[in-house]
Design a protein around this ligand. Structure first.
Ligand SMILES: [Zn+2]
Ligand SMILES: [Zn+2]
Ligand SMILES: [Zn+2]
Length: 137
């Protein structure tokens, strides 16, 4: 059995779930006295060489997944940042993608603030219109 055939598809996420051994939750293969990470094997097989000092990161956050489309090779330093467990005061995870570039604030929250602001403004405008047209509102 080849390692790249040793997985099953998780339909809802598209993850290729490894059927073999796990180490620290990660898909691994024991070869003699060496432990090989399947995510690295998969990336090398389907995507190409992993540069020195690069880490294969799971974009889907499923450590058992070996789908090359869910893997990304990023510099070790950059990778550390992706895994910082920071949250805004409303409990949204402050990942790289949920952070505003300059202010480093939570994107979900600032989107919501903007929405609330627009909603209030609309209501104010609406109230004004009603007032001037003389129709009781
Ligand atoms: Zn995946
Ligand atoms: Zn990672
Ligand atoms: Zn937030």
């Amino acid at each position: 059995m080849n390692w790249w055939e040793h997985w099953f598809l998780a339909e809802e996420t598209g993850c290729w779930i490894w059927r073999g051994s796990l180490s620290g939750g990660y898909a691994v293969l024991y070869k003699g006295y060496k432990t090989l990470k399947i995510s690295r094997l998969s990336y090398t097989k389907y995507k190409g060489e992993i540069p020195l000092e690069y880490i294969v990161h799971h974009k889907c956050e499923n450590k058992r997944c070996i789908n090359p489309e869910h893997l990304e090779a990023i510099p070790r330093v950059e990778h550390g940042k992706r895994h910082t467990k920071e949250f805004c005061k409303y409990g949204h995870a402050l990942t790289e993608s949920n952070r505003e570039e300059k202010s480093r604030r939570c994107k979900i929250c600032s989107m919501k603030k903007l929405e609330d602001f627009n909603k209030k403004r609309r209501q104010r405008l609406l109230a004004k219109c009603r007032g001037s047209s003389g129709i009781p509102g």
